[in-house]
Design a protein around this ligand. Sequence first.
Ligand SMILES: *Cc1c(COP(=O)(O)O)cnc(C)c1O
Length: 234
Amino acid sequence: MSMIRDTLAKVRQRIRDAAQSAGRHADSVGLLAVSKTKPAEQLREAFASGQRDFGENYLQEALGKQVALADLPLVWHFIGPIQSNKTRALAEHFDWVHSVDRLKIAERLSAQRPSHLPPLNICLQVNISEEPSKSGCLPEEVPALAAAMAALPHLRLRGLMAIPAPSTDPTTQRAAFARLRQLQAQLPLPLDTLSMGMSEDLEAAIAEGATWVRVGSALFGARTAPATAADTAP
Ligand SMILES: *Cc1c(COP(=O)(O)O)cnc(C)c1O
């Protein structure tokens, strides 16, 4: 009963349709399968249907899946909040980190990236809707933070990431994504990545230039399982 093959086909079709409406090539939009709380076997099934890039939010849970799936050539993306005592494992075990929002975290990731690995791809996460107590730097902090992060030797700043305040109104959705695109366009840096759009709003994100859409529930179904204890410990 391979549901994932079917949901992957549906999401890929949504991406193709949205790209076409926006006059973009479908292959300019990457699909990041957000597999938090889902067991390794479901990622293996997605791999069998052609999925390579997986996004995880909880470090211990992700490391366990990396061990279980070590026989597969997967690309691992971290997209969750980052505590500074987790940076070494992130630097050692991931290909991308989308959720970097402080210079101290970026400095630690750069210092801890093993020299035998290529530079770690990072995105600067922006609190684009300026919601109190949400992850992400403020929009006005982006130019200075991006410049400082781009200068770190073992990182490659690829672009900006955001999780806008949820909205079911396509116009509101697009306005937030457009703001992120415009912020990025103003930076004097060679950036190629806009990580924005999830199950409910990927069409609006693609219309505004998303290069990674991060899709969880539309692929794997609703999430019910809690994170592992090690990930929720303070
Ligand atoms: C969980 C999560 C997603 C996926 O959300 P869905 O609505 O399930 O598609 C995307 N990005 C981040 C940062 C997440 O934490």
